[in-house]
Design a protein around this ligand. Structure first.
Ligand code: FVH
Length: 293
């Protein structure tokens, strides 16, 4: 049931895929007057039944409100969809996943058309939208004016974290976190592969694995401290020299279990390179410098 719509900012939503529809639904439920458009009109039917106004074109939807939120498949679809709309004096919030360079180019593109631009990187999946306890949030970067003006409205579907005026920073933060996530998934895949052929219940390993990863998470903060200070030996408990000495055990165990080391080896190779360059008293922070060279 929609709440009182008095004084609630009107929102235009372009894109009603899994994510766009979830976002739209929370604004409707919170009482924000909502105009929607989607390339495939049938996807708007459910929202229309819940009170959304369905525009016949993207241009018509953009014309309806100052705050225009876009959540489409990719940056190319954003260019196509918004191309025919008059963006003059609009607050354009683009929640489509893009690269930092795409976001910066899109910000410039919007500025040339008279719009203020805010980019977003969504750290949530659709079921987390409108569910604050799920912990989902959106990185925002670009126009601080747009962010501050609409922070309350943008905070309806998920938390908001503003990371700077560089329009590319939201995408960069998004990709940094996702990249770390895939690194973690790579390690988890290797761990499960190691026990795959044994009489070890994956469900018994899972909590051990999860607890171990959680116990290791504070290392993220130590890495940040070392990067800021430039001293990669600060507060080191497990030296790189010691860790590299243990790598044959990891590789031999994988071989013994009949498991490919293709996920693990690239990281171990970087550890060995850093050691060869004299980083034996550090922990793992020096690997970062090998990557950015
Ligand atoms: N769903 C997720 O788990 C992730 C979570 C993190 C953020 N992503 C990003 O959100 C963007 C939208 O994702 P989505 O889940 O809504 O994606 P779809 O359900 O596939 O919907 C895609 C929408 O884009 C429309 N569309 C695609 N191509 C075009 C085009 N050439 N012209 C106009 N519209 C286009 C599509 O329309 P239709 O197929 O229904 O006609 C949908 O509205 C995305 O950047 C994720 O990376 C989601």
């Amino acid at each position: 049931m929609a709440q009182n719509t008095l004084e609630k900012t009107s929102v235009t939503m372009l894109g009603l895929g899994a994510m766009g529809a979830a976002l739209a639904r929370t604004w409707l439920a919170a009482g924000h007057p909502l105009t929607v458009w989607n390339r495939t009109p049938a996807r708007a039917a459910a929202l229309a039944a819940e009170g959304a106004r369905v525009a016949d074109s993207a241009a018509e939807a953009v014309a309806a409100n100052t705050l225009v939120v876009v959540c489409l498949l990719d940056d190319t679809s954003v260019g196509k969809v918004v191309a025919g709309a008059d963006l003059a004096d609009k607050d354009l919030v683009n929640l489509t996943t893009s690269t930092p360079d795409q976001a910066r180019a899109r910000a410039e593109w919007a500025r040339e058309r008279g719009a203020r631009y805010l980019d977003g990187g969504i750290m949530a999946v659709p079921p987390m939208i409108g569910t604050p306890e799920a912990g989902g949030y959106v990185f925002y970067s670009g126009s601080r004016t747009v962010f501050e003006r609409h922070q309350d409205t943008l905070g309806v579907p998920a938390g908001t974290t503003y990371v700077g005026e560089d329009a590319g920073f939201a995408a960069l933060h998004d990709v940094a976190l996702l990249s770390a996530m895939y690194g973690m998934f790579a390690g988890v895949a290797h761990a499960f592969a190691l026990v795959r052929r044994e009489d070890i219940d994956p469900a018994a390993l899972a909590p051990l694995l999860a607890d171990w990863l959680v116990a290791m998470v504070p290392a993220v903060h130590q890495t940040a401290d070392q990067l800021r200070s430039g001293d990669y030996t600060r507060d080191v408990v497990s030296t790189l020299a010691m860790q590299v000495a243990g790598t044959p055990t990891l590789l031999s165990t994988a071989e013994g279990q009949g498991v490919s080391t293709e996920l693990l080896s690239p990281y171990l190779d970087l550890m060995r390179r850093r050691l060869a360059e004299g980083g034996g008293e550090e922990n793992l922070t020096g690997v970062i410098d090998l990557l950015v060279r």
